[in-house]
Every structure is written in structure tokens, then in C-alpha cells.
Ligand binder design. Structure first.
Ligand code: CAA
Ligand code: NAD
Length: 302
């Protein structure tokens, strides 16, 4: 899977310098795929501990790629890892880090006011040609863009977890995203090895608009006692060909993230039955059972 996306990265993009803000799960993956495609990357986080962790996991994951792509030439593989790593700088100062960027991809916490604060800062600090983009899962691109002056140079670049493996990138056009910005985002997406699709600024874009209600329906089915968690997951893997069952996937994405997305949409669209709160999901989250990251969700993890 990785080999396929890696080999498609020889596409040209006018964007050469990318700053990724947020060094967590998504940001570290976005930094990795950018660096392995030859981009100069600055990875930014408020926490230097997170940045150290991100560099470590990027190194490990690049090693996984090298093992496959350069399986007959380990020396070339080592060179690929060290060259890719050398293209990633880190910083704890978003404004400073955006000064050299052609593109800034934001992957910080899913919170509108925190994102607004950051984008105001970036809009002031970044050169006028710089494109600003958000990796938001569920918030409106137009609403995020409302605080910047360069609305024509703002859009959504929505990656999927795990970023080095998932081959899709959703390129989201806001109401004021220019054609030139849209074209640059599509070209950059291809250059970092992804297949791009386009979507308007609608809740969840394409994937999450379909995936989140599906996961929620699976939780409701389990909550009603219609089938066991294991049987629901087996059913969708063997009966529908999904790589993970819906409850496994909910644990993988994070139950807090699922709840956050659902609550936000319910508040905005109170009459949509698919977005109604789920008592079992609320209970698990309130007990700190967040899925893989906390060691327990629908399943237990070591
Ligand atoms: N980083 C890098 N590589 C990874 C990886 C990671 N975190 N996890 C797995 N891999 C690689 C492995 O090295 C392996 O590579 P090869 O096939 O080339 O050997 C490959 O991915 C498969 O991994 P595994 O054999 O360990 O495990 P698997 O076959 O069970 O696959 C999976 C793991 C790719 C995660 C697969 O189960 C899957 O596709 N699950 C569904 C994931 C999904 O739906 N993601 C979207 C979530 S929604 C979202 O992201 C949007 C949002 O806004 C919330
Ligand atoms: P995460 O919690 O793993 O990482 C977020 C990082 O941002 C943390 O390391 C935090 O220290 C840092 N941060 C917070 N505020 C910051 C600021 N002001 N400046 C710099 N760094 C800051 O979260 P994640 O799962 O990587 O999600 C990030 C974004 O990507 C969210 O908008 C989320 O909705 C979206 N997303 C998540 C997934 C997923 O499956 N987890 C998939 C697609 C998109």
C-alpha cells in the first residue's frame, strides 16, 4: 500500500515548503508523507515533547516504507530514511514557522476558537502567496476561514488515519477558495502521493458524512443488544469487505473524537436523526474509555 502511494509522488507541485501545525497523530503523518515526497517540512507543536515523539514515530514509519520500497537495496533505504528525516525541521512557534511556507496545513485540536486564534496569527505572519489549509474532520471550512483576510487562499486538506497508509485526500473548496488555490492544493496532494477528490464545504465532506453515521448506527445496534460487538465487526469485515469492523474503527479513531463530531453536528442540525446523541457513547467517554489510545473502548487493548 505504502509502496504504491510512494511511487506516485514524482508529480510536480509549485509548493516546495510546507509547514504542518500540530505534531499529533495526523500532523506527524502529514509531515512524513510530505518529507518522503521531497518537500521541505517544518513541523510545529506547542509541546516539544510531542515534537520529539513525532520525530521518533516518523523515523519508525519511514523505516517501514524503506523496508518495502527498497527491499533489495537496504543502503538506498537507509539513505531514503535519513534524507527524508533531514527535510523535517521542528518548531514551537507557528508564526515564525509560517514565514517560509508556501503551504500551511493545520492539524491541531478540533476546536473552532483554538483554530481561529491560530489562523489569525498565521494570516498575519505568512507571506501573501502562502495557502492556509485545515485538516479538520468535522468543522466548516468557511467558518474557520472567517477570521483570515486571504479567504481566496484558504481551503480544506482532509487526510485519513493512518496518513502514510490511507491513499485518499479530500480537497475542500470553501465558498471563496480561488480556482488557483484549489489547483495548487490538488497538485500538492498528488505530489505527496495521494489520490485527491473534491468536495464542497458540507458537514463531514464525503468520507466522514458517510462513515460517522455508519459507525453511530453500529453503536446503536450494539446498544439495543441486537448483536455482540464482535459479531457486528465480523459481519462488516466478512459480509461487506471492510478492513475493520465499525466498532473496532470507532476505537481506532477515538470514541471522544466520534462523540465530538456527533455532538457538533447535532447542535447544528438538531432534527437530523442520524446525528442524535448516543447514551452508550456518552457513557464510555465519561468513563475515560476512549478506544485504543486509552487502552479500552468497545474492546480492551494492552
Ligand atoms: N503508519 C505507517 N504504516 C502503517 C501504519 C501506521 N500507523 N499502520 C499500518 N501500517 C502499514 C503496515 O506496515 C502494512 O504495510 P504493508 O501492507 O505494505 O505491509 C499495512 O499498513 C497494513 O498494516 P497491518 O498489516 O499492520 O494491519 P492491517 O492490514 O490490519 O491494516 C489498517 C491496518 C491500514 C489501519 C487497516 O485496518 C485499515 O485500513 N483500517 C481502516 C482505517 C480507516 O478507515 N481509516 C479512516 C478513519 S476515519 C479518518 O481518518 C477521518 C477522520 O476525520 C476521523
Ligand atoms: P492529536 O491530539 O493527536 O494532535 C493535535 C496536536 O496539536 C497535539 O499534539 C497538540 O499539542 C497540538 N496543538 C494543540 N493546539 C495547538 C496550537 N495552538 N499550536 C500548535 N499545536 C497545537 O489530534 P489529531 O488526531 O492529530 O487531530 C488533529 C486534527 O486532524 C483535528 O482537527 C482532527 O479533527 C483532524 N483529523 C483527525 C483524524 C483522526 O482520525 N484522528 C482524521 C482526520 C482528521
Amino acid at each position: 500500500v505504502i509502496a504504491r502511494s510512494f511511487s506516485s509522488s514524482a508529480v510536480n507541485s509549485a509548493i516546495k515548503n510546507v509547514t504542518v501545525i500540530g505534531g499529533g497523530l495526523m500532523g506527524s503523518g502529514i509531515a512524513q508523507v510530505s518529507a518522503q515526497a521531497g518537500q521541505n517540512v517544518t513541523l510545529v507543536d506547542v509541546s516539544s515533547d510531542v515534537l520529539a515523539k513525532a520525530q521518533k514515530s516518523i523515523g519508525t514509519n519511514l523505516g517501514r516504507v524503506a523496508k518495502k520500497v527498497y527491499k533489495d537495496n537496504p543502503a538506498q533505504g537507509e539513505k531514503f530514511v535519513s534524507e527524508s528525516m533531514s527535510r523535517i525541521k521542528t518548531s514551537t512557534d507557528p508564526a515564525e514557522a509560517s514565514k517560509t511556507a508556501d503551504l500551511v496545513v493545520e492539524a491541531i485540536v478540533e476546536n473552532m476558537s483554538v483554530k481561529h486564534k491560530l489562523f489569525k496569527q498565521l494570516d498575519e505572519a505568512a507571506p501573501s502567496h502562502t495557502i492556509l489549509a485545515s485538516n479538520t474532520s468535522s468543522l466548516s471550512i468557511n467558518e474557520i476561514a472567517s477570521v483570515v483576510k486571504r479567504k481566496d487562499k484558504f481551503g480544506g486538506l482532509h487526510f485519513f488515519n493512518p496518513v502514510p497508509v490511507m491513499r485518499l485526500l479530500e480537497v475542500v473548496k470553501g465558498a471563496e477558495t480561488s480556482e488557483a488555490t484549489y489547483k495548487s492544493m490538488m497538485e500538492w496532494g498528488k505530489a505527496v502521493g495521494k489520490t485527491c477528490i473534491t468536495c464542497k464545504d458540507t458537514p463531514g465532506f464525503v468520507v466522514n458524512r458517510l462513515l460517522v453515521p455508519y459507525i453511530c448506527e453500529a453503536i446503536r445496534l450494539y446498544e439495543r443488544g441486537d448483536a455482540s460487538a464482535r459479531d457486528i465487526d465480523i459481519a462488516m469485515k466478512l459480509g461487506a469487505g471492510y478492513p475493520m469492523g465499525p466498532l473496532e474503527l470507532a476505537d481506532y479513531v477515538g470514541l471522544d473524537t466520534n462523540k465530538f463530531i456527533l455532538d457538533g453536528w447535532h447542535k447544528k442540525y438538531p432534527n437530523q436523526p442520524l446525528f442524535k446523541p448516543i447514551p452508550l457513547l456518552d457513557k464510555l467517554v465519561s468513563e475515560g474509555k476512549l478506544g485504543v489510545k486509552s487502552g479500552e473502548g468497545f474492546y480492551k487493548y494492552d
